[in-house]
Design a protein around this ligand. Structure first.
Ligand code: SF4
Length: 239
């Protein structure tokens, strides 16, 4: 069983193609820019306990229109055992129907993927949030003590060809909490160079919708800043 916040039967923004997106309840960090703060609590009256079979009944409805499923959160890796069973069931459904379905994870990267070999055998890829490279910046942003596991995950997923994309939320430089996107991009480029592999890096514009707390009144990141980050990413060979 897992605590499910919501299921979007067909989403076009949660990975490649049309996908069933499953959002699990509960997160282990507290990002200042979180636009789904209602998913953070480990238990919430709005979330529903669902079995693998119940989630699979929703996935079945999407065939033949979906290319697979994406599980997000909160932080879905907090319920890794459920993910393993769910992805195994999706694999089984692919075989049964002859309609190939892929299984993706959208994660904040705070739980080591290397510790979950069975899950990773079923998982086709991870969309990894690399929120900030500098540990102090990361701590200020997320209240998490450090981001070493995120960095290890970045390297491990790349090495094992399980990294689908890296995501960075870009905050305005004048915001009371910033993310130092340039520093983050340079370090990610170094990791790609060391591995001799690269995946798409997606720069996401901060928007205040749904955000609570100290960034609630911060304006969206400007076009100029976003285009500066895009130029830097391009010059580093990340696009
Ligand atoms: S990891 Fe995602 S769900 Fe968790 S606090 Fe950060 S933005 Fe919100």
């Amino acid at each position: 069983m897992a605590l499910v916040r919501k299921i979007i039967p067909q989403s076009t923004v949660d990975g490649p193609g049309n996908r069933t997106a499953v959002f699990l309840q509960g997160c282990n960090i507290r990002c200042a820019y979180c636009h789904n703060p209602e998913t953070q609590a480990i238990h919430d009256a709005e979330a529903r306990e669902m079995s693998v079979e119940e989630v699979m009944a929703e996935v079945r409805k999407g065939i033949p229109f979906i290319r697979g499923i994406t599980v997000s959160g909160g932080e879905c890796m907090l319920q890794a055992a459920f993910l393993t069973e769910l992805f195994a069931a999706v694999r089984g459904l692919s075989v049964e129907t002859g309609h190939p379905l892929t299984c993706l994870i959208d994660s904040n990267g705070t739980i080591p993927f290397a510790h979950h070999p069975e899950l990773m055998a079923y998982c086709d890829g991870v969309m990894l949030d690399v929120k900030a490279w500098d540990a102090d910046v990361y701590h200020r942003l997320t209240l998490s003590p450090d981001n070493e596991v995120v960095k290890e995950n970045l390297r491990w997923l790349l090495q094992h060809d399980k990294l689908t994309e890296v995501r960075i939320v870009c905050l305005p430089q004048q915001a009371v909490v910033t993310t130092d996107v340039a520093d983050n991009l340079r370090h990610i480029a170094d990791v790609f160079a060391e591995a001799g592999k690269r995946v798409p890096v997606r720069l996401l514009r901060f928007r205040p919708y749904g955000v609570v707390g100290e960034l609630a009144d911060t304006p969206s990141t400007s076009d100029t800043e976003m285009s500066d980050y895009a130029s830097l990413a391009q010059s580093l060979g990340l696009f």
